[in-house]
Design a protein around this ligand. Sequence first.
Ligand SMILES: Nc1ncnc2c1ncn2[C@@H]1O[C@H](COP(=O)(O)OP(=O)(O)OP(=O)(O)O)[C@@H](O)[C@H]1O
Ligand SMILES: [Mg+2]
Length: 394
Amino acid sequence: MTPVPSTEEIRTALEAVIDPELHRSIVELDMVRSIDVSANGVVDVTVSLTTPGCPIKDHFQTAVSQAVSALEDVTHVNVYFDVLDDAQRAALQQKLGRGSLPQGTLARVRNVICVGSGKGGVGKSTLTANLAAALAGEGKHVGVLDADVWGYSIPRMYGLGATRPPVSAERKIIPLDAYGVKVMSIGFFVEEDAAVVWRGPMLHKALTQFLQDVDWGALDYLLIDLPPGTGDVSMTLAQLLPQSRFLIVTTPQATAQKVARRAAQMAEKFSLEIAGVVENMSGFRAPSGEHYAIFGTGGGGELAEELNVPLLGRVPLTMPLREHSDGGAPLVLEQPDDPAAQAIQQLARGVIATSPPEPELETLPLYDGGASQPAAGEVPTGARKPAGMSLPMA
Ligand SMILES: Nc1ncnc2c1ncn2[C@@H]1O[C@H](COP(=O)(O)OP(=O)(O)OP(=O)(O)O)[C@@H](O)[C@H]1O
Ligand SMILES: [Mg+2]
């Protein structure tokens, strides 16, 4: 008897089939009604559609066929369709309701960019903090959301302590301002260095609140500093922000590149566009002028080529970058001639160049130039004093 894939393997392969309207996989949406595998390698898959005349039927036909045919020992794939009954449709609605943000949230944010990597310590937060400052230096309105709810480091990198952000009269949380960048982090709500323990639903709620209940205003870029890996936070954000793009950080060595590929696969699974790759820690130049490839060479370029996305920057290792991250001031502003600062400025220009073109002037959202933005820690004039908020869940 020839080996055939199990239904579980087929189900896993079907996770790659994304509903183009709902931006989620048909497995997650419970749209895979049945999977049958015959001993001769013929696979029958039945997909439930939301409506009988569903216009994306052809898309599913092709995508399901392709995903399953790619498995070894599959000889033929038949795709059948049925339609969700009312109860199933209601369950789907509920599922989507929990996963998506209310309409209008982030309506005035033009670009959402998640900065991620497969592994920790490659410089995501350092690059996020400096890239945001560099973008602001290019005249852009920029926000940073620190989504690393366990190992938040953005407040420290901007020299912000555990200051509670003020709440506006509309009961929105106002991000703190650092170097012209609007910043939000769980670190503002918990005792310094306190360990934050999260249960799944709380995490989901916190991230939703960071997007929905924070007054981000009009932004050209909202950068999201992800925790390492492809865990719960990344998944939740990918679901909440189907329009976001991914910036993948890697170091030059092959193993890091392999791990970074996983982050790319996750982005692809959720149909998120990959904006590009940044290689960090790309060698060190000693004062003598000699160049040391401490973490190897070429990983960023290879990954970018493999993913068919631009390599947006190669940032060298420099002592000032580390010192300024620890010291709480972005290097790009403090020491713009440092080679790492220069590379990050170039990265910023690359990000701008690869962003969708700006809309016509008449359709631009109004922006008050930050005039209504209170200083860090201040309650804005005219606003009621914060009477507690639902965010702190430490
Ligand atoms: N190009 C660089 N040159 C010198 N130091 C760097 C460079 N990039 C990052 N660092 C330093 O490396 C350390 C790790 O960086 P960072 O915290 O930004 O990584 P991360 O990917 O966000 O880590 P985590 O996965 O834990 O969130 C920090 O001390 C930072 O200052
Ligand atoms: Mg980090």
